[in-house]
Design a protein around this ligand. Structure first.
Ligand code: UT7
Length: 332
C-alpha cells in the first residue's frame, strides 16, 4: 500500500501595505541604499501599522486568502500550527487567537518557536498528524511582525527585517506527492549571537530593561552569517544526497530570505542556477517565519504537480533544516 503523505494543497499569503524603503531608513539612521542592497539584497520591507495590531492580524489575512481560494469553510480546519517569534502575547498561543479571528472554531492548535526555521519545523510537525491519519486538514502558518521587536537605532540589524505572513494547507495524498522528508537541526550555543535579552522568565520586563532597549532583537550579524552560510547550504545538500537528487531533478529551491548572499551560497552548493531559486527578499526583507510560505504564495502559479521542491532555513537558536516536498497540484 502506498504510504500516506501530507501534501501541501493550498497556499495563502499576506504582507501589510506600508513600504519601509531604504530611502526612508536613510532618514532614520546612518545608512544608505547602496550599503543595504549590496550587503543584503533588500530594497524595501513591509511594516504593519496601527494600534493594537499583531502577528495574528497578518496571519488571519493570509488564512482568508487560502480558504477563499480553496473554497473551504473555516470550520473544516482541524488543527492550526503557528510558527512565530513575535506572538501576539506571551500567552495564549497566537494559533488560538488566529482560530478565533478566522472562525476556525473546531480547530485546536499551538505555536512553534524556532525563530527563522519555525516554518519548516511546524510543517514537519503538521505532516505527522496527516501521515498518521489523525487529521485530514492541518493549517501551518508562518508569521512575524518583526517591526514590534526592532530597534530602529541599530542599523546593522533593523535594516533586514520586515512583517508578513504565509500559510499552507496540509491534506492526505496517496499518489506519492507531499512532504517526503525533513532534516532538522539545532544548536543552543548559537543563542549567544541572536536573541532577545529581556521579557522572558530569565529576565522579566522592568523599567531598566525597557530603558536599556533589551526587548529588541540582538544580533551579532557576522557570526550568524558564517553559521547560516555553512549550515543552510550543507543541510540542503544533505537532503539532496539522501534522496539521490541532482540539480537537474530539482525544480525549485525555497530558501529562507535573510540575506541574498546566504541564498546565493546555498544555491551554489546545490549547483542550482538562479532561475530555480525563489527570491523576494528585495521586496519583503526577512519576515522570519513568513519567508518560506510567502515565497510559495508568490510562486504558486509556477509550481507543477510532481515538482521536486527543496525548502531550506537557518535562524536563531541556532536552528536550521531542509525539507523535501514533491509538489501535489497544478495551480488553476
Ligand atoms: O534570519 C535569521 C538569521 N539572520 C541572518 O542570517 C543574518 C546574517 N547576517 C547578515 O546578514 C549580515 O551580517 C548583516 C546584513 C546583518 C550585516 O552585514 P555585514 O556585512 O556582516 O556587516 P557588519 O555588521 O560586519 O558591518 C560592516 C560595516 C561596519 O563598519 P566598520 O566597522 O567596518 O567601519 C558597520 O558599522 O558596515 C557598517 N554597517 C553599516 N553601514 C551602513 C553596519 N550596518 C550598516 C548599515 N549601513 N545599515
Amino acid at each position: 500500500m502506498q504510504k500516506l503523505h501530507a501534501a501541501i494543497t493550498a497556499v495563502g499569503g499576506y504582507v501589510p501595505k506600508y513600504r519601509l524603503t531604504n530611502a526612508e531608513l536613510e532618514t532614520m539612521m546612518d545608512t544608505n541604499d547602496e550599503w543595504i542592497q549590496s550587503r543584503t539584497g533588500i530594497k524595501e520591507r513591509r511594516i504593519l501599522k496601527g494600534e493594537g495590531k499583531g502577528s495574528s492580524d497578518l496571519a488571519v489575512e493570509a488564512v482568508k486568502v487560502l480558504l477563499a481560494k480553496r473554497k473551504i469553510d473555516p470550520t473544516e480546519i482541524e488543527m492550526v500550527i503557528c510558527a512565530t517569534t513575535t506572538p501576539d502575547m506571551q500567552f495564549p498561543a497566537t494559533a488560538n487567537v488566529i482560530c478565533d479571528k478566522a472562525g476556525m472554531t473546531r480547530a485546536w492548535g499551538y505555536d512553534v518557536n524556532a525563530a527563522c526555521s519555525g516554518f519548516i519545523y511546524a510543517l514537519t510537525i503538521g505532516a505527522q498528524f496527516i501521515e498518521t491519519g489523525r487529521h485530514t486538514k492541518v493549517l501551518v502558518i508562518g508569521v512575524d511582525k518583526m517591526s514590534s521587536i526592532m530597534n530602529y537605532e541599530d542599523r546593522a540589524t533593523s535594516i533586514i527585517f520586515g512583517d508578513g505572513a504565509g500559510c499552507v494547507l496540509l491534506e492526505p495524498d496517496a499518489e506519492g506527492n507531499g512532504i517526503i522528508d525533513s532534516i532538522l537541526r539545532s544548536d543552543g550555543k548559537g543563542r549567544a549571537f541572536l536573541h532577545q535579552k529581556a521579557g522572558g522568565s530569565v529576565k522579566p520586563a522592568t523599567i531598566e530593561t525597557v530603558m536599556n532597549k533589551e526587548h529588541f532583537v540582538y544580533q551579532e550579524g557576522q557570526a550568524v552569517f558564517k553559521f547560516a552560510v555553512k549550515n543552510m547550504a550543507e543541510v540542503a545538500a544533505e537532503i539532496m544526497e539522501r534522496h539521490k537528487l541532482t540539480a537537474d531533478d530539482i525544480a525549485w529551491l525555497v530558501p529562507h530570505q535573510a540575506n541574498k548572499r546566504i541564498i546565493t551560497a546555498t544555491a551554489e552548493r546545490m549547483n542550482l542556477p538562479a532561475e530555480k531559486v525563489m527570491v523576494n527578499i528585495e521586496k519583503f526583507g526577512n519576515t522570519t517565519n513568513g519567508t518560506l510560505p510567502l515565497c510559495l504564495w508568490e510562486w504558486e502559479g509556477k509550481l507543477k504537480k510532481g515538482d521536486n521542491v527543496i525548502l531550506a532555513a537557518f535562524g536563531g537558536g541556532f536552528t536550521w533544516g531542509s525539507t523535501y516536498v514533491k509538489w501535489a497540484y497544478d495551480s488553476e
